[in-house]
Design a binder for this molecule. Structure first.
Ligand SMILES: *Cc1c(COP(=O)(O)O)cnc(C)c1O
Length: 389
């Protein structure tokens, strides 16, 4: 991923910054297209994983739709010229203003997360003399076996409508003439590496579909959400998620009714591996047990380790280049400059002997990296550079 030339370029660029390899992104998207088209599956990209314009333009060029979770994401998708009919809008707390914006742009579908939200969308659509397409986001009560902060499909989570509410929802729909039910939506969580969770989802979706068939409610679209995980430990050996097995699994286990379309909303699996956070070592400091490598990037640039105890592979790019020299490995706690003890990228990380000025790469940072960056401690907004720049 990093040749001499690129490392040389990193050396002459002020740190920290995100580096995006657009070739890796394109290869990932090509693979997703190839594997999903085998079954006529429709793929949307979850903008919240990375809403960088350059990234969005590449994704859009592969004719992938947009999955948004805020009004501003819908706006971004519209501005980046995603077709309105390819935009879906989910989220437990859509404001009136956000709903109105989406109605004005006649997006493909609102993924509704509660009865009250349906009533509000109906009212706002009525005021505009419009009909809003909706899908019911149903909580399938499937355990995604992932970090508790990124599990979304359990009854205890705030997301979606629970199965025991379906009778009430079906009744309510009869009294909401400005809504058109066009689908069912599910999303069980993120960074799911145990694919059996998706099989459980399929079986649950089949059950829920039976409920709708038995109530003579026709469902045109099934949206199974996203959540496919990536390999944070071995980004070079597993550069692409196993899209083949993933899509095949849905084809094998989902009972797709005649004429029904199946939609996916992938975020992380499309963009994680194309991004790297590049930083410099500011100081190396002796600690009690290990030394500290203090970087000029911290939780303000990449929050995932502090927020979810997430792992990112850490590499010292300045020490990769020396041929035939045996590297002297040492353990470092790799930390950022922010005044929080959670501002730590890894404890006792084994790195070649590291010095002030070395270039450090935090791998697999293309998803939920730059988008979550903040100005805490009045930090500068993190920059981005792209392969080929
Ligand atoms: C976050 C999210 C996604 C994408 O999740 P990934 O794990 O990044 O694939 C898809 N759908 C909804 C509704 C989401 O909130």
């Amino acid at each position: 991923m990093f040749n001499k030339e690129i490392i040389h370029k990193f050396n002459s660029t002020p740190t920290p910054f995100y580096y995006y390899d657009l070739e890796v992104l394109k290869q990932t998207l090509q693979l997703v297209k190839t594997e999903s088209e085998k079954y006529n599956f429709i793929v949307h990209y979850a903008l919240k994983a990375n809403a960088n314009n350059e990234i969005l333009n590449v994704i859009k060029s592969f004719h992938i739709g947009a999955d948004c979770v805020s009004g501003n994401e819908v706006k971004k998708a519209v501005e980046c010229k995603f077709d309105s009919k390819d935009i879906v809008f989910a989220g437990v707390g859509k404001s009136d203003q956000e709903i109105n914006y989406a109605l004005d742009h006649s997006i493909f579908c609102f993924n509704c997360e509660s009865l009250q939200e349906m009533e509000v969308i109906n009212q706002l659509a009525f005021a505009k003399n419009k009909t809003a397409n909706i899908a019911l986001r149903i909580n399938p009560n499937v355990n995604a076996n992932t970090h508790k902060y990124i599990t979304t499909g359990l009854e205890e989570n705030k997301f979606g409508i629970n199965v025991w509410e379906l009778d009430a929802v079906a009744e309510a729909l009869k009294t909401l003439p400005n809504l058109k039910l066009i689908g069912l939506h599910f999303h069980i969580g993120s960074q799911i590496t145990d694919l059996s969770a998706f099989k459980s989802l399929c079986l649950k979706v089949n059950e829920i579909q039976h409920w709708f068939s038995s109530h003579h409610i026709n469902i045109e679209n099934i949206n199974v959400g996203g959540g496919l995980g990536v390999d944070y430990h071995e980004p070079d050996t597993h550069r692409f998620a196993d899209f083949k097995t993933y899509f095949q699994l849905f084809n094998d286990f989902l009972e797709i009714l005649p004429g029904q379309k199946v939609h996916f909303e992938l975020g992380r699996a499309l963009v994680a591996q194309c991004g790297t956070l590049i930083s410099r070592v500011l100081y190396v400091k002796k600690g009690m047990n290990t030394n500290f490598a203090i970087l000029d990037a911290g939780m303000t640039e990449l929050l995932r380790p502090a927020l979810y105890q997430a792992y990112h592979k850490i590499e010292n790019l300045s020490r990769l280049e020396i041929p035939n020299i045996k590297l002297h490995m040492q353990k470092y706690d790799v930390v950022g400059p922010i005044c929080e003890s959670a501002d730590c990228f890894g404890k006792a990380v084994s790195l070649p002997e590291t010095s002030r000025g070395d270039i450090i790469a935090l791998r697999t940072a293309g998803a939920y990296g730059e988008v979550m960056s903040s100005a805490y401690n009045l930090r500068d907004k993190v920059k981005a550079i792209y392969s080929g720049d």
